[in-house]
Write a protein that binds this ligand. Structure first.
Ligand code: ADP
Length: 271
């Protein structure tokens, strides 16, 4: 950077007739505040893990001796266990989020064929859902190589597929259909666009802009019921952007959603 120890955000715009305007914003202070917040969140989530593990351990042990419990005690303990499980998931997601935001999660990008990523993700998720609950399909998929960290992208794909299963049931349907595909695009640069599409409840347009925000959930009660924390899409966005891609959603209420993200093509697939 131009001044040692300071961080600048750069924006530039071309001028009519040639040349350009470059604007520098000193964002050192904002970066510091954000880092402090991130560290705080990471520390708190880390500290919460030990007591949580202890609580769920004791509750599980009590539930193991079911015969000696009154039905009310059993019911209360089951509720406690459900809520500690939820808190566990929340602290896990917060930790992942803090790591991803701090760019501490090391990414090791390498050329990988898009169709392998798609089939690996679909296969992994197929093992986790019942046939009666969801049908996972692979749509048209390019074998073009992208340049990305395989584990991180499989995580993103699994996350989107999981959401499609959670929210992708049309009213009255017992089963949902999810189609995962990947195609080559050349705008605004050579990339592969992955798509995870469902035909379920969809998302009302007023929520579309906010869906990638941390903790944002359209239907809090329903999301909580399905174990959601509201962090999945925020994490997905960070991971995709960290690899030079972008993520977006197209959705229509009661018709379904299509989550799309791009990754740069690998220039030298065989290296
Ligand atoms: P959550 O843990 O709540 O699923 P996410 O960040 O993954 O958090 O998603 C945020 C919110 O976006 C969800 O609570 C849900 O309201 C909405 N959402 C995500 N995926 C879909 C989908 N495929 N169809 C409809 N709504 C969705």
């Amino acid at each position: 950077s131009m001044i040692p120890g300071r961080i600048f955000e750069v924006s530039a715009a071309p001028m009519p007739g040639g040349g350009a305007v470059v604007v520098l914003h000193d964002i050192t202070r904002i970066e510091e505040v954000e880092r402090t917040q991130r560290d705080f969140v990471a520390n708190v989530s880390h500290e919460l893990r030990t007591p949580l593990t202890s609580i769920s351990g004791y509750v599980e042990t009590l539930l193991d001796h079911e015969a000696s419990l009154s039905s009310q005690a059993r019911e209360f303990l089951t509720t406690i266990l459900k809520n500690t499980t939820r808190m566990n998931r929340l602290t896990e997601d917060l930790l992942v989020m803090a790591r991803v935001e701090a760019a501490e999660q090391e990414l090791h990008p390498a050329p990988i064929p898009a169709d392998i990523l798609v089939s690996d993700a679909v296969q992994a998720m197929s093992g986790l859902v019942q046939d009666e609950e969801a049908v996972l399909e692979i749509g048209p998929t390019t074998s073009c190589h992208v340049f990305a960290d395989t584990d991180a992208i499989l995580q993103v794909l699994s996350n989107l597929i999981e959401n499609a299963i959670k929210y992708g049931k049309a009213k009255g349907d017992a089963r949902c259909r999810v189609v995962v595909s990947a195609r080559e695009v050349s705008e605004p640069f050579e990339a592969v666009e992955f798509s995870v599409r469902d035909f379920g409840q969809g998302i009302a347009s007023e929520h579309l802009n906010r869906i990638f925000e941390r903790f944002y959930r359209v239907d809090k009660a329903r999301s909580r019921e399905s174990g959601g924390t509201g962090l999945g899409l925020a994490i997905a966005q960070h991971v995709v952007q960290a690899q030079g891609g972008w993520i977006r959603v197209e959705s229509e209420l009661n018709a379904g959603s299509n989550f799309l993200f791009t990754l740069p093509k690998a220039l030298y697939p065989t290296l």
